[in-house]
Design a protein around this ligand. Structure first.
Ligand code: ARG
Ligand code: ZN
Length: 877
């Protein structure tokens, strides 16, 4: 069944209050929900009350405390309909349900993981707890009572402020929580169990003291220190940059090890995948630290963008997610290096969102229909949604953006809002019409912009012609021209920036050029010498540029642009043609050549100590295999892409042997580990050098020594990766893998890395290795992190292994998807998106992939709606 945005209408009944009582039991938890409603003014007087449910066992139903007559209600598998209700006076419905948290392997609703009761209600999990109007525009104040065995569950938590607790009969106790902020059901949370805690306080800008608590498994408290630090920095930043203050006496985070996603912003009680809470130098990489900082901030920022102002319906998901990702990106940029952060964001956008936008699962940032909302927590809604918010800030400028945000908070606090409300706040605060800009929310597909420039020395003018094209996407064939803000500079000798006397042909504000028509020519006058055009600086718009700039011009940008992102982009643009040519040569069995200009440019950057180390590491990372595949377009042969790329890397390794050796030696960390961005950057550069050194090495000795000497997880994991990928069968590699496994046997998050490193070993033996690893006693099909680290990493990040030409890996994958779907549909559906680009493969592989997808589709009657939705769209689109 497909849900359409156009069908939205408010509920007939207004929910006034919610009182929940949980009697927790691992297999038979009793939930009593007392709900006070009244009929909405103007609603049909005969309209029944329809509540949502999912796999519920209802054992009681009262109307104003009296048992409801059977003829007044109808229960189906997913709804409870109640008739003959009062015209206007409030009434109370009491629903009692029995649920089984242990058996809840979907990890939606109330479930039990490692002895801890916890909940995940977004998007539609609350209906697995009780019958309820489970939609985000139903906001109510909740009181929650929790009763449980005291020994097993000393901790009883829910949203809001703690009201009190006491003993409750033999061996039991209870706790009561009250959340004064009206909220939708998807923000409800409950946690019970026995956990350790790290405590701190934060004094808000109006001098209120907030208790901060992070709950983790006993013994892991020390590993929550960084998360606590990140939380306090997030709270401060949101006050300083967005003027947003926290609004309860207590803010809690609970880390659990079985979780479908990254984390969840439940009001006052965030629940996290422990991967994004726990860190120490011995067990966490620099990337882990950066992720923790970003996700702690993201969930905290949701308190205002998501919770105080929530979404009217799930079509508006980007209203909270795109905006909150933008906020966490800005936070990390302020905490770290802005340019390096931007490069990482763009890399991620290009490798995840661009393929989504170009394939069968493409959808607008604000979709208009869906079959399964879980499948719309996508990189388009999140990351492209963030880019759309960023463009609003670019168009309106810092102050204009701030005015719009302030108006949005002022107007819509306490409401369930829409994307239109959001955009209107910016329009009204700035007196600017954003109608055309709003197409970014409604048109799917990555805009392609073709650019050319000509300089007229006599007239001293520079003409810049741009043409935009938004590709067709499923359900959207014809597209309107978009408003695309492109930051630019005209770079002269030695990096000086020319300022034109005048511009014609379109709007230019400061350093932003506004492309609004299908094709447009901007003419800049008073330009004394031919400049080099640097366009889409800082990646101001999420588009693909087709701008045939000469190698000399790109090199000029790479050397001189004051925008570091643009410098990195120029390096990438220099490298890509070489990598594409290498892939084509490999496919044709021809010799692969590395452009000496490319390796010279890269080695110059690698050795340039005026540049920050993290930036140099990003430059050395070169475009990924998926970047190359995207550039090549179709008929992709992952083996040729891999082989071509490796040959280029090897040529650079040979040319730069001395550079890499001296970088590796000089960047050795003296002293103790700190996770700050500058230190992480030095480790990244040193580890990049290690990777290049190993490419020239004939023996694994160097990498094995790096493994033996590593004194932090970043270095250890990189050394192990280099060993495993470069020397998969060497005794040193087997020894290192075994040592790593036994050293970290009791640390699930580190074991995930061990599985992931092996899942990405390229080439022929990959599938057999993955199948063997599934037999490892540490493999656990019930743990989403573990499944993602082995099967997910293999499918998403091992292009040669997963795409073996005989299709065996696709068929293995299809069987796994069917098995995972039985226990956890959301996890299965997410993994299945790894096949979304199957049509871009060369015909032999594409046919194998199609057959594997058909195997899944044929299981149709048994499929979850999550997997059925994805497989059908992938096959059809
Ligand atoms: N709102 C959460 C976050 O972005 C993620 C929830 C994901 N829910 C889902 N059904 N996939 O922080
Ligand atoms: Zn979010």
């Amino acid at each position: 069944r497909t849900i359409h945005l156009a069908d939205y209408r408010p509920t007939d009944f207004v929910l006034e209050r919610v009182d929940l009582t949980f009697e927790l039991d691992p297999t038979e938890t009793k939930v009593e929900a007392r709900l006070i409603f009244h009929r909405r003014e103007g609603a049909d007087l005969n309209a029944p009350l329809v509540l949502d449910g999912d796999e519920l066992n209802m054992t009681g139903l009262l109307f104003d405390q009296i048992e409801m007559a059977p003829e007044r209600y109808t229960e189906t598998a997913d709804s409870l309909t109640i008739r003959d209700l009062p015209e206007s006076v409030p009434f109370e419905i009491t629903v009692t349900t029995l649920i089984n948290p242990e058996a809840n392997t979907q990890l939606m609703g109330l479930y039990r993981s490692n002895g801890i009761y916890c909940t995940q209600c977004e998007a539609e999990g609350f209906r697995r707890i009780t019958f309820f109007p489970d939609r985000p525009d139903v906001l109510a104040v909740y009181t929650v009572n929790i009763i449980a065995d005291k020994d097993a569950n000393p901790l009883l938590l829910s949203n809001g402020n703690f009201l009190g607790g006491a003993g409750y009969g033999p061996g039991k106790h209870f706790a009561a929580w009250f959340d004064p902020h009206p909220k939708p059901s998807y923000l409800f949370a409950l946690v019970a169990g026995d956990l350790g805690v790290v405590e701190d306080t934060f004094v808000t800008m109006s001098e209120r003291e907030v208790a901060l608590k992070i709950y983790v498994e006993h013994g892991k408290e020390a590993r929550a220190a960084y998360a606590m630090d990140a939380l306090k920095r997030s709270m401060k930043w949101d006050e300083e940059v967005f003027g947003r203050e926290y609004d309860l006496d207590i803010f809690m985070i609970v880390a659990v090890s079985d979780f479908n996603m990254g984390a969840m912003e439940n009001k006052g009680l965030n629940i996290f995948n422990d991967k994004y809470v726990l860190a120490d130098p011995e067990t966490a990489t620099d990337q882990d630290y950066a992720n923790i900082e970003a996700i702690i901030a993201h969930e905290y920022f949701h308190n205002w963008t998501g919770n105080r102002i929530t979404c009217r319906d799930w079509f508006q998901l980007c209203l909270k997610e795109g905006l909150t990702v933008y906020r966490d990106h800005e936070f990390s940029a302020d905490q770290r290096s802005r340019a390096v952060k931007r490069i990482a964001e763009v890399r991620h956008l290009r490798s995840e969102q661009f393929p989504e936008d170009a394939g069968p699962l493409a959808h607008p940032v604000r979709p208009t229909k869906f079959r399964e909302i879980n499948n719309f927590y996508t990189t388009t809604v999140y990351e492209k949604g963030s880019e759309v918010t960023r463009m609003i800030a670019t168009i309106l400028g810092r102050d204009g953006f701030k005015k719009g945000m302030d108006l949005y908070f002022e107007r819509h606090d306490g409401e369930a809002a829409t994307v239109e409300d959001f955009v209107k706040s910016f329009e009204d605060a700035n007196g600017r019409d954003l109608t055309q800009f709003s197409l970014w929310y409604h048109q799917a597909g990555t805009p392609q912009i073709t650019v050319s420039s000509t300089y007229d020395a006599g007239a001293k003018t520079l003409s810049l012609s741009l043409e935009q094209m938004v590709p067709a996407t499923p359900g959207q064939t014809a597209k309107e021209p978009m408003h695309i803000p492109l930051k630019f500079a005209l770079i002269g000798e030695n990096g000086s920036e020319a300022s034109p006397a005048a511009v014609s042909g379109g709007e230019v504000t400061g350093d932003v050029l506004h492309l609004t028509e299908r094709s447009q020519t901007f003419v800049f006058t008073g330009i004394g010498a031919r400049p080099v055009v640097s366009l889409n600086r800082s990646f101001s718009a999420p588009v693909t540029l087709h701008f045939a700039q000469s190698k000399e011009d790109l090199a000029h940008i790479a050397r001189h642009d004051s925008d570091l992102f643009a410098r990195w982009q120029a390096i990438t643009d220099l490298a890509l043609p070489n990598l594409m040519a290498a892939a084509k040569a490999a496919a044709a069995g021809k010799a692969i050549e590395c452009d000496a200009g490319l390796s010279d440019a890269l080695l110059a950057i690698a050795a340039d100590e005026t540049l920050e180390a993290a930036f140099r590491a990003q430059a050395l990372a070169l475009p990924s295999e998926s970047d190359i595949a995207r550039e090549l377009g179709s008929n992709n042969d992952p083996d040729a892409i891999y082989k071509g790329r490796q040959a280029i890397l090897s040529a650079i390794a040979t040319a730069g042997a001395d550079t890499f050796r001296s970088l590796y030696d000089s960047l050795a960390s003296g002293g103790s580990f700190t996770p700050d961005a500058a230190s992480a950057g030095r480790r990244a550069l040193r580890n990049a050098a290690l990777g290049f050194l190993a490419l020239s090495d004939k023996s694994p000795a160097g990498a094995a020594q790096a493994f033996a000497k590593a004194d932090n997880m970043t270095d250890l994991a990189q050394a192990l990766t280099v060993l495993a990928h470069r020397f998969p069968e060497a005794p040193e590699t087997h020894a290192a893998l075994a040592a790593f496994e036994s050293r970290f046997a009791s640390n699930a998050l580190v074991l995930d890395k061990w599985f992931a490193i092996q899942a990405t070993i390229p080439g022929e033996g990959s599938l057999e290795r993955v199948m063997r690893l599934m037999q490892n006693p540490h493999f656990a099909a019930s743990n989403p992190n573990r499944v993602r680290s082995l099967i997910g990493t293999f499918a998403f990040a091992n292009a040669t292994g997963f795409n073996r030409p005989d299709g065996k890996a696709y068929h293995f994958f299809a069987e796994e998807i069917l098995a995972i779907d039985k226990r956890n549909p959301q996890l299965a559906a997410r993994l299945l998106t790894a096949l979304r680009s199957w049509r871009l493969l060369e015909p032999v592989r594409a046919e194998q992939a199609r057959e594997a997808l058909m195997t899944i589709e044929r299981a149709a009657p048994q499929l979850s709606s999550d997997v059925a939705d994805i497989v059908e769209r992938i096959l059809k689109g």
